[in-house]
Design a protein around this ligand. Sequence first.
Ligand SMILES: Cc1cc2nc3c(=O)[nH]c(=O)nc-3n(C[C@H](O)[C@H](O)[C@H](O)COP(=O)(O)O)c2cc1C
Length: 186
Amino acid sequence: MHKKITIIIGSLRRGSYARKIALNVLDMFPEDFEVKIIEIRNLPLYNFDYDDPLETDFPIPKEYTEFRNTIKSSDGILFVTPENNRTIPACLKNVVDICSKPNHDVAWKNKPNAIISHSVGKMGGYSSQKNLRLALSYFDMPTVQQPEVFLGNSPTYFDKNGTLSAVRTKKFLQDYINRFSQLVKK
Ligand SMILES: Cc1cc2nc3c(=O)[nH]c(=O)nc-3n(C[C@H](O)[C@H](O)[C@H](O)COP(=O)(O)O)c2cc1C
């Protein structure tokens, strides 16, 4: 059964390890899954005036509409994110907010999801992942509960071409993607 997965990366940085992780897991999904990274850098900062029917001179940005439509048409969302100051990066929170409105048409609603957090430090973005789960808890999103994927010391997993060369981490991620794929199929 053909399924569409959208990957959201919580970093805008060119050399982002989150992006490297995302690029490496693209191929871990079943063959009949269509998996794409969606870019978030051009989304205007969330302002409720865009969604407020009383504010008639704030048309909804076309970037919001396109982004919300992509999320709505996805069968599952994979977040890959670092941690900024013990929470999720602002670019990712912006996306959480954008897709949380309008109330009658919430793009996140019931959408299966999975989260990979990472850090160049040892804690693997623990706090970032917990904060993301907290923010998403409002939308009834089925989530891969276990294992939780916190990738510490993330720069050590890759060879110089950005390929995931750490064998145990690769297997761990493959198992996680299998579980997520199963959740999406259900
Ligand atoms: C503004 C800022 C805040 C950060 N805060 C944290 C933090 O709270 N915890 C952590 O483990 N790493 C923190 N870091 C380090 C990031 O883990 C590191 O920069 C990482 O490479 C960012 O992810 P990326 O490679 O996907 O861009 C922070 C980095 C920046 C730039």
